[in-house]
Design a protein around this ligand. Sequence first.
Ligand code: COA
Length: 399
Amino acid sequence: NSGAESRPAAHRRFPNNENNKEKPMSDSRSVVISGTGLYTPPQAISNEDLVDSFNRFVQAHNLDQGGEGTAPAELLEPSSVEFIAKASGIRQRYVVDREGILDPNRLCPKIPERPNEQLSVQAEIAVQAATGALEQAGLCASQIDAVIVACSNLQRAYPAVAIEVQAALGSGGFAYDMNVACSSATFGVQAARDAVRSGTAQRVLVISPEITSGHLNFRDRDSHFIFGDAATAVVVESAGTCTAEAPFEVLDGRLFTEFSNNIRNNFGFLNRADESGIGAADKLFVQNGRKVFKEVVPAVAALIQAQLDDLQVPVTAIKRMWLHQANLNMNQLIARKLLGREASAEEAPVILDEFANTSSAGSIIAFHRHRADFASGDLGIICSFGAGYSIGSLLVRRQ
Ligand code: COA
C-alpha cells in the first residue's frame, strides 16, 4: 500500500473550504485542555446477554405471527454475537438501566421520571464527569464561568440541562446546551476555545452526558447493539491561567458539516401534531450503516489530511489519533488512509469494545484513557464524526 495511493482524495467541498481554516498556530491566546473526566454507569451488558434478550423477543414475535385471521406473517431474523463483534468491534456496553433493556417484553431502559425539584438523571451523570475533570484540572467549580452540555440527545427541551448542571456545580457565568450529534464534544471544545480566546469566558466545562440507550431501538436487529451510555467532561481554559500538571494545548480546530439523512432521529415536539407517527421507529435512532461507512470514512480522512497539510504538520508527527468510537473497521480504515499502513493500538486506541458507541463521548473517553504516556511536545488528533453529517477535528499538543 503506497503512501501516495492511499492518500485520501479531496472530499466534495473540502479540503478547500477557506472558511473553516484557522489563522496560523502562532496565536498568542493559547488555549488548553486542562482536565478530563469520565462517568461510567455501573451496569454492563455483554453481547451475549443482549442477543439472548433480542432473540427471545424475536421468538415470541414469530410465534405470534400467522394465527387465524391475522395479516400474512412478518417474521423477524435473530441477532448474532459473532456478527456484532465482527461488524462493529463491540463486545459490551455500559447502561444506565440494564434490567429494562434486557426484558424481552420491554427492550427499553426503565428510568423513572424525577420530580422537578430533584437533579435530573442527565444532569446527575454530567456532574459526575465534571467533578473528575475539575479535579484533574486542579480547579473548583466556582472557577468555571461557562458550562456547555454538548451531546446527541437532551432529556428535555428546556430549561437547558447545562444550566441545571451549572447550578448543581455552583459555577458562575453562563451555560447552554448544544447538539451536533456524535460530533458534539469536539464542536463543544472548539466553541469553548473560541469563548476563551474572545474573552467571553475564562474557564469552560464541556460536558457530554450520553444516555444513548434512551434513543436506541432495541427491537431493531441492524442497530440494537450499537450504543452504550457514558458521560465525559473537558475543562478548557487559557494556558495563562492553567495550573494542571499535563495540559494539552488545542493548536487547531477544524469543523465540517454536510446534510445527510443517513443517520436520523425524528423525535421532537412536533410529533404530537401528527398522531400517526407517534411511537414509530423513526422517532428513535435510524441509520443506513453501509452508506454512513462509505461516505464518512473518506470525508474524515480528507479533513484530517487537509488540516495537517494546512498546518504543515506531517502525519508522521502525529503520535496518536483519538477517533470517534462507532465502529472498529471504520477507525482502522481512516487510520490506514492517513498513515498508508495499519495503525497500532497506540496510534489509534480503541475503547468501543468495552463502551460501544457512546456518541459524542467516545473520542473523549479514548483521550481520557490513553494520553498518560505523552511527553511535552507530542502531538495528537481528537476527531469525532457522525450524524449531520458532522466532523470535528482538534490538533492538540502536550505542553
Ligand atoms: N445479527 C446478525 N446478522 C445481522 C445483524 C445482526 N444483529 N444485523 C444485520 N445482519 C445481517 C444483515 O441482514 C446482512 O445480511 P445479508 O448480507 O444476508 O443481507 C448482513 O448482516 C450485513 O448487514 P449490514 O447492515 O450490511 O452490515 P455491515 O457490515 O454494514 O455492519 C454496521 C453494520 C452498522 C455495524 C456498520 O454498517 C457500521 O458500523 N456503519 C457505520 C455507521 C456508524 O458508525 N454509525 C454510528 C453513528 S455515528
